[in-house]
Design a binder for this molecule. Sequence first.
Ligand code: S3P
Length: 173
Amino acid sequence: MILDNQQNIILIGFMGVGKGTIARALVKNSDFFAIDTDDLIESLENKKIKKIFEQEGEPHFRNLEKKCALWCEKNLTNTIISTGGGFYKQDNLKKIGKVIYLQSTFDKILEGIHNSPNSKKKLKKRPLLQNIEEAKKIYNQRVTQYENVADIIINIEDRDINQAVENILKAIK
Ligand code: S3P
């Protein structure tokens, strides 16, 4: 059992890897509730992430993530927290809960986005996925940082959601 009493689970990983999808699937198979840090930020600002980047810039968004991380630490228990791809950098990450890194290669992540029925929307809403070369650089910079901060690493390259959920539940029991 890697979870302490009432502890949260934090899903980290690159944009489009499936953090929200896995969180929703985990809820169906457990007593956990789930929230998403980008959703919290959007509702706080009453603005889409894309608009926040356009109008206030990335540093403002990162400040909102910090605020969100502090709020999560203080207020959440027994919650699966899916996060934006850059949220893993928060200083208090480990204080929020156990960190699960959803791991995949850059090419498989892109393939998954392109194969999804709403792929255009998925690409459009992510400011840091507009330029694929730049996105790949970000991926390469982050990949070992994700691994280093993770308590558990779950490979999701084959995009088998059921298997991933099973592996996560096994790992935290
Ligand atoms: C970001 C990832 C996005 C969102 C923002 C920045 C990042 O979330 O938080 O566009 O820095 O990787 P997803 O991981 O859900 O795409």
